[in-house]
Write a protein that binds this ligand. Structure first.
Ligand code: ING
Length: 315
């Protein structure tokens, strides 16, 4: 049996963030969640996508207005610095999702991994942007990620960081990315042991009358299948509950390389779940059933990269 490599891993789910909530009140909640995670033995904590604000892509507005109200021009910035200070004081690493406006004026749905020493160990810009860019006035709400964000330009990367004296390979993604198997496979091919992600998932589908329960079941299936099929831990933090009347699913989870849910939130509020994740567990799957080097046959997978949409059967 390989040597155990235990990581105190927490997910900090957030309840609603309303339009009227200020960043500083949100940062106070994030700090409270970090302190609870620390008390539960965590060394790394995962926060949601767009954690600092309400899920603003649900509202029609100009890019300029969105950028003025909901984007960060620097991270840490004046309002988020207290979170970075607290993390360094607690020796806690964390993942945080936020809306990024670059000095050149480019807008991304972004997340960072911050190492326990406070340094930014990795940045990711969301690649799979769901929703639309046009105004749908008849819809109960919008989903304007294709309007407010550019497609991420950093690819799917795996970041090496040391947590609690243990070096580890951590991948990251955002929300809709978790529904696409390519996301995890590209990171598992870079030897990821753990993928962390945040999400904001409306429970109502504006395109068709999808049964509400499917939002949660498809969320969980996506995480569990890909954790197992890549031999990795997956930690997913939701921002949930009803934001100014718009409901989003909870069910934040930590999933083991077995595909089993080892911790799951019970509420749609601020809530911490925490496990002692043995990163060596993934090796059992990566050495045997999903030994990529031994079993994969990329020469037969070419369509996955060459085609964007579905086309005719091969001749
Ligand atoms: N939200 C949703 C998500 O991927 C969605 C959008 C829901 C797409 C359900 C397809 C099906 O969880 C974000 N922010 O990507």
């Amino acid at each position: 049996m390989t040597k155990q490599r235990k990581l105190g891993l927490a997910v900090a789910q957030m309840g609603p963030v309303h339009l009227a909530d200020t960043r500083s009140t949100v940062v106070k909640r994030l700090i409270e969640l970090m302190r609870e995670a620390k008390g539960r033995g965590a060394q790394f904590v995962v926060y949601p996508e767009l954690a600092l604000t309400t899920f603003f892509p649900r509202y029609w507005m100009s890019e300029h207005e969105a950028q003025e109200r909901f984007f960060e021009r620097s991270l840490p910035g004046p309002e988020t610095q207290p979170l970075f200070d607290e993390a360094r004081k607690l020796g806690m690493g964390f993942y945080l999702g936020y809306a990024e406006l670059t000095p050149e004026g480019r807008a991304f749905n972004t997340a960072v991994i911050v190492a326990p020493d406070g340094s930014i160990a990795g940045k990711y810009r969301k690649i799979h942007l769901p929703g639309h860019s046009d105004h749908k006035p008849d819809a109960p709400f919008q989903h304007l990620e294709k309007k407010f964000f550019e497609v991420g330009d950093m690819g799917f990367r795996v970041h090496e960081l040391t947590v609690g004296g243990m070096p580890l390979h951590m991948g990251m993604c955002l929300c809709n990315d978790r529904r696409w198997p390519e996301t995890y496979r590209v990171m598992a091919l870079q030897s990821a042991e753990l993928v962390v992600l945040g999400y904001n998932t409306p429970s109502h589908n504006i395109h068709w009358n999808e049964p509400v329960h499917l939002r949660t079941s498809t969320h969980l299936i996506s995480l569990q299948a890909n954790a197992y099929q890549n031999g990795i831990w997956v930690a997913a933090a939701g921002k949930c509950g009803s934001e100014d009347g718009h409901h989003m699913i909870g069910s934040s989870v930590i999933v083991a390389p077995t595909g089993e849910i080892v911790a799951r939130t019970l509420t749609e509020e601020d809530e911490v779940i925490c496990v002692s994740a043995d990163l060596s567990l993934g090796e059992m799957f990566r050495q045997h059933v999903f030994n990529f080097a031994k079993h994969r046959r990329p020469e037969h997978y070419r369509l996955i990269v060459e085609r964007v949409g579905a086309g005719d059967p091969l001749p």
